[in-house]
Write a protein that binds this ligand. Structure first.
Ligand code: NAD
Length: 484
């Protein structure tokens, strides 16, 4: 199968924070892969802009080392690398001062697509936005890309939106949630809206409940101090899990177009009901053979921050009335696994005498690892013995079904950056969406802070605290096993 590459126009992409961790680990290795697949027209440039005093040669060396470390199998393509590095430039710049801005103004062209990636702390967004204008670098078609975290509550998110809106129109702002760039996340939409099979069943008449799990095996490690001010709710739920929830639950948009999709996602967030605290379980991992406890990692013996959260949510609309959405995410769990599972209702009646078992169709979409889907169906157990029924998975692992093309698919970051260059905002969060998500999560966080809620300790390498299992047991349901 041949993968199709959609061409892009010539561009100048400025990466503020171009020497930082994200730029070296994700953005530049991703751009290198796009270069190799022919998506970086000759004449296009990537301009690193950061505080370090480097010249072009120094920056190219830094990025060639980053690609060697993080670029995967393509990093051995030395001829390709040489060509890519020639399209890199560097400007030493001070976001808060005047240094470097005149140089940048001379470099960036007005007659090609212009994008500015703000891969720096959010406290610098305002300074960058303002200086891009006072130095007459940005124009009305420039695009800016901003990273998570987009605020830490509604108030700070609003302030950030206002700061950006003072200089850029919403159609110029690309808020990244890299989950939306994942191949399988987009597949959620393809599965729902590209098949006759599922959409008629996608409602409270046929769906018993939906589960979303994003489990990581790593702890907070070196990011402990930063993470301790955030926690799983702010770090994962408010953005990634809520985006997954939106894609699963939204109404079909009129067309696959940025505002049509984002309008529908916004409606889901607005329809989320407040959650009673009995339906929220927060946890912290204990020390295990593979590492220290959360509190040791966070260097805070009295930390009440959660490294795990499980919740039962409800969406108040006609489609989903009465259908619980169970979501959970955590660190130091038994396996690295992200999965969305749609559990359909029991058959109303069985015609098979002697078959007491409960048979259910379960559609499970794996985001990682082994991207794919499986659909549990009920069949007759082969062989003699009458009509005995068993449940078997119809498994489609994309790598098996689609072969090499899966390996070639772009990483989330590179796909999203190319969407910025193409001017396609469909997979980016709109300002009102982000604010609505905080409007829903803020009272939950304030609630547990006011109660001085102490997270439950769970074993490293487990499925989280027992209370999270109870959250579903109480409803006569159970979580899918977390399998890597
Ligand atoms: P980093 O600390 O590694 O890099 C920060 C960069 O900003 C450096 O290039 C530095 O030179 C530049 N910088 C700092 N102050 C500056 C100033 N006054 N003027 C000009 N440049 C300045 O940070 P990072 O991990 O690369 O993260 C960048 C942004 O991306 C942050 O907002 C972070 O929250 C977000 N983010 C990072 C990751 C990740 O995996 N690293 C993941 C998601 C989001």
């Amino acid at each position: 199968m041949v993968s199709r590459v959609i061409p892009v126009e010539e561009f100048d992409l400025v990466i503020f924070g171009g020497t930082g961790d994200l730029a070296r680990r994700k953005i530049l290795p991703g751009l290198f892969r796009r270069f190799l697949s022919g998506q970086m027209p000759a004449g296009s440039r990537i301009i690193g802009a950061a505080r370090s005093e480097l010249d072009n040669a120094g920056y190219r060396k830094m990025i060639s080392e980053a690609i060697a470390e993080f670029g995967g199998k393509e990093s051995s393509n030395t001829k390709g690398l040489e060509g890519f590095l020639q399209q890199l430039e560097y400007v030493a710049i001070d976001a808060r001062g005047e240094g470097g801005w005149r140089d940048l103004a001379q470099l960036v062209r007005d007659d090609v697509v212009q994008a500015f990636y703000f891969s720096v702390a959010p406290s610098l967004f305002g300074d960058l936005a303002e200086r891009l204008h006072t130095n007459k670098i940005a124009n009305k078609n420039s695009r800016i890309v901003v990273e998570k975290p987009f605020g830490r509550d509604l108030e700070s998110a609003r302030a950030l939106n206002e700061t950006l809106a003072a200089h850029f129109h919403e159609r110029q702002i690309y808020r990244i949630d890299h989950y939306l760039g994942k191949e399988t996340v987009q597949n959620l939409m393809a599965v729902r809206f590209g098949n006759m099979l599922f959409e008629p069943l996608w409602n409270n008449h046929y769906v018993d409940h939906i589960q979303i799990t994003v489990a990581e095996t790593v702890g907070v490690g070196g990011r402990g101090a930063y993470y301790d001010k955030s926690g799983a709710m702010r770090d994962m739920v408010q953005n990634h899990l809520m985006q997954l929830l939106c894609l699963i639950a939204m109404e079909p948009p009129g067309q696959f177009e940025a505002d049509a999709v984002r309008d529908e996602k916004l409606k889901v967030i607005r329809a989320l009901q407040p959650i009673d605290h009995h339906h929220i379980v927060r946890g912290q991992y204990d020390a295990g053979p593979d590492g220290p406890s959360y509190r040791e990692d966070a260097e805070n013996e009295r930390s009440f921050t959660e490294s795990f959260i499980a919740m039962r949510c409800h969406i108040a609309n006609w489609r989903w009335a009465g259908v619980p959405f169970y979501i959970r995410t955590g660190k130091r769990m038994k396996a690295r696994s992200s999965e969305i599972t749609v559990v359909f209702k029991d058959l109303g009646h069985t015609i098979f005498e002697g078959d007491e078992a409960r048979h259910r169709n379960i559609l499970s979409i794996r985001l990682q690892p082994n991207e794919g889907m499986d659909l549990q169906v009920t069949i007759k157990e082969p062989g003699p013995g009458g009509m005995r029924l068993i449940d078997v998975p119809l498994d489609m692992t994309f790598a098996d079904a689609l072969g090499d093309t899966v390996e070639d698919v772009a990483d989330a970051y590179e796909r999203l950056i190319m969407d910025v260059i193409r001017g396609n905002q469909t997979l980016f969060m709109r300002g009102d969406e982000v604010e609505a998500a905080w409007r829903w999560t803020d009272p939950l966080i304030e609630g547990w802070e006011a109660r001085n809620d102490v997270p439950k300790i769970y074993d490293a390498g487990s499925s989280g605290p027992d209370d999270a299992l109870m959250l579903m047991h109480r409803d006569g349901r159970k979580w899918r096993d977390i399998k890597g």
